[in-house]
Design a protein around this ligand. Structure first.
Ligand code: BES
Ligand code: MN
Ligand code: ZN
Length: 489
C-alpha cells in the first residue's frame, strides 16, 4: 500500500473519505464536501444510523470535484481513534475495485494533525496486509484493488513522521508473514534465511547450528529437536543504535516452527495451528526489523530458539533426563512441554554471552493461558515491578494488551522432580504459572526479566481492529513502544 500526504485534494479519479467525530454530521463537519454531496452524506448517515462511531463506515455515491465518486464517511469516535478509522477504510475498500483513496481529515485533525494522519495511515496499512502467494486461482473480484491512499489535512510534518511509523508497520507485517508460512516452508534454517536481509539494515546476524549448540551443552533445546530432520538454529540479531554506549536489552523468542507434541503427540484436530508456535520468535524478528528501519537509538539483542518438535525413532521420550546449558538437569515428563526447554537454553546463552540487565521473552507457551485470559490479553510474568509496569504501559498504549499473573515459591515447588533438578511440567492447575516458574530458574540474580505467554494472541479466528483473520503480528508494536519509551537515548 502506497501512502502519500497532501495539502489539498488531488484531481485524479479516486474515492473520497471524510473523517468525522460524533455529533459532526449535522454541523460543519461535512464542509469538505460541496453542498449537494453534503445533503447526500447526511441522508446516508441517517439511513445507516451513523454518528461518527469509531471504525464505522458509510458508503454512498455523489458528485465532488467535478466527478461522480464513491464517497465514504468514517468515524473516529469519542476517543479520536484515527488508527481504527484508517483500518476500517481499507477493510471496506481493499477488494472493492477502487484503486485510489483520498482521506480528508481536515475537519477533525485537531492540534496534532500530523499524528492524526500517520495514525490513520498506520491503521490503513496494517489492515491491508494479506498473504496470497499460495492462491493461484484467485478470481479477479477477490484480488486486492486498493493501491494508494492520500491523506489530506495532516500538515507538513506528516510525511517525515510517517517514515518511522512505516518501519513499525513493516515489522508487524514481516512477523505476520513468518507466522503465516506453513512449516514445510518455514523451518529453522529457512526462518534464518528470511531474517538475513535484516543485515542490509544494519542488524548483525549470528547463527549457531546443531554442533555449536552441542559444544555449548544446550541439551534441553537439542533434546526437543532430535526427532526432526531439520537442523535447529539459534538466531541472534543485534541492533545497536547507540554505538556501544548502552548495555543491551535482550528479547528472546520461542521459535518452534512446528509443534506436533513429539512422542506426547497432540490430537489431530487443530494441529495445523502449531505452524504458528514460532510466534514469539516471529515477534522478536519483526521488532528487530522495526527498530532497524526507524534507526532506534537503542541497543537490543533478539534471540530466537528455532526447532521443530517431531515424533521419530530418534525423538526424546517421556522420562528422559536432559542437561541444560546452565548445568541444571530436567526430567522431560511431557515432550509437548517443549517451549520451555528451548527457551531455557536460549536464556542461559544470552546471559552468559551478552550480560543483559533486562530480558523479555515471548512464547506461545501454554494452552492454559488461553483458558485464563482468552484472546484479549497476553499473560505477563515478571520478577520486577518496574519492568512489569513499563510493559503494561507500552501494551496498553499500542493495543497489544498484557495482564500480569503471579509467580511464587509455592508454584515453583510444583516442578521439583524426584530424579532431576526439575521436571518440565507441573499439575494441570496453574499450567501457565508453572511454565513461567520453570523459566525463572534460568534467570540470573539481578536480571530484570519478564515472560510473555502469547499463545492466545498470535493468531485470530476472526478479523480485529487492524488485522484480518489469521496472523495478528502481536508483540511487535508492544516491544517497539517498550524500547522507544524506556531504552532510547
Ligand atoms: N505450543 C503449545 C502451546 C499452545 C497451545 C500454543 C495452543 C497455542 C495454542 C505448547 O508447546 C504446549 O503444547 N503446551 C502444553 C503444555 C502441557 C503439556 C504442560 C499445553 O499447553 O497443553
Ligand atoms: Mn507443545
Ligand atoms: Zn509448543
Amino acid at each position: 500500500m502506497r501512502i502519500s500526504f497532501a495539502d489539498s485534494r488531488p484531481a485524479a479519479t479516486h474515492a473520497l473519505a471524510i473523517v468525522v467525530a460524533p455529533a459532526m454530521i449535522g454541523g460543519a463537519g461535512l464542509s469538505a464536501l460541496p453542498e449537494p454531496a453534503q445533503a447526500l452524506a447526511r441522508a446516508a448517515a441517517q439511513a445507516n444510523r451513523f454518528d461518527g462511531e469509531n471504525g464505522a463506515v458509510v458508503e454512498f455515491f455523489g458528485e465532488t470535484d467535478a466527478a461522480h465518486r464513491r464517497l465514504l464517511l468514517v468515524g473516529i469516535g469519542a476517543k479520536n481513534d484515527f488508527e481504527r478509522a484508517g483500518a476500517a477504510l481499507t477493510a471496506k475498500l481493499l477488494t472493492s475495485g477502487e484503486t485510489n483513496l483520498v482521506v480528508d481529515i481536515s475537519a477533525v485533525a485537531g492540534d496534532k494533525p500530523a499524528e492524526a494522519a500517520i495514525s490513520l495511515a498506520f491503521g490503513a496499512v496494517l489492515r491491508s496486509w494479506r498473504y496470497d502467494v499460495y492462491r493461484t486461482k484467485l478470481e479477479s473480484k477477490q484480488r486486492r484493488s486498493l493501491e494508494h491512499i492520500t491523506i489530506v489535512g495532516g500538515g507538513s510534518e506528516a510525511a517525515e513522521l510517517w517514515k518511522d511509523r512505516e518501519g513499525v508497520a513493516e515489522g508487524v507485517m514481516f512477523t505476520r508473514t513468518l507466522i503465516t508460512e506453513p512449516a514445510n516452508i518455514l523451518y529453522p534454517e529457512s526462518f534464518v534465511e528470511r531474517c538475513r536481509p535484516l543485515a542490509d539494515l544494519g542488524v548483525k546476524i549470528e547463527v549457531l547450528g546443531r554442533d555449536a549448540m552441542a559444544a555449548l551443552g544446550m541439551g534441553a533445546l537439542l533434546g526437543v529437536s532430535q526427532g526432526s530432520v531439520r537442523e535447529p538454529q539459534l538466531l541472534v540479531m543485534t541492533w545497536d543504535g547507540t554505538d556501544g554506549a548502552s548495555p543491551p536489552l535482550a528479547l528472546v523468542g520461542k521459535g518452534v516452527t512446528f509443534d506436533t507434541g513429539g512422542i506426547s503427540l497432540k490430537p489431530p484436530a487443530g494441529m495445523e495451528d502449531m505452524k504458528w508456535d514460532m510466534g514469539g520468535a516471529g515477534a522478536v524478528a519483526g521488532t528487530m526489523k522495526a527498530l532497524a528501519l526507524r534507526k532506534a537509538k537503542a541497543h537490543v539483542i533478539g534471540v530466537c530458539g528455532l526447532v521443530e518438535n517431531m515424533p521419530d525413532g530418534n525423538a526424546q521420550r517421556p522420562g528422559d533426563v536432559v542437561t541444560s546449558m546452565s548445568g541444571q538437569t530436567i526430567e522431560v515428563i511431557n515432550t509437548d512441554a517443549e517451549g520451555r526447554l528451548v527457551l531455557c537454553d536460549a536464556l542461559t546463552w544470552v546471559q552468559k554471552t551478552y550480560n543483559p540487565k533486562t530480558i523479555v521473552d515471548l512464547a506461545t507457551l501454554t494452552g492454559a493461558i488461553i483458558v485464563t485470559l482468552g484472546y484479549e490479553y497476553g499473560g505477563m510474568f515478571s520478577n520486577d515491578d518496574g519492568l512489569a509496569g513499563e510493559l503494561l504501559a507500552a501494551g496498553a498504549s499500542v493495543g497489544d494488551k498484557l495482564w500480569r499473573l503471579p509467580l511464587g515459591d509455592p508454584y515453583d515447588k510444583l516442578i521439583d522432580s524426584p530424579i532431576a533438578d526439575m521436571k518440565n511440567v507441573g499439575p494441570r492447575e496453574g499450567g501457565s504459572i508453572t511454565a513461567a516458574q520453570f523459566l525463572k530458574r534460568y534467570i540470573d540474580d539481578g536480571v530484570r526479566w519478564a515472560h510473555l505467554d502469547i499463545a492466545g494472541m498470535v493468531w485470530a479466528s476472526k478479523p480485529g481492529a487492524t488485522w484480518d483473520k489469521g496472523a495478528t503480528g502481536y508483540g511487535v508494536r508492544l516491544l517497539d513502544k517498550f524500547v522507544a519509551d524506556n531504552f532510547e537515548q
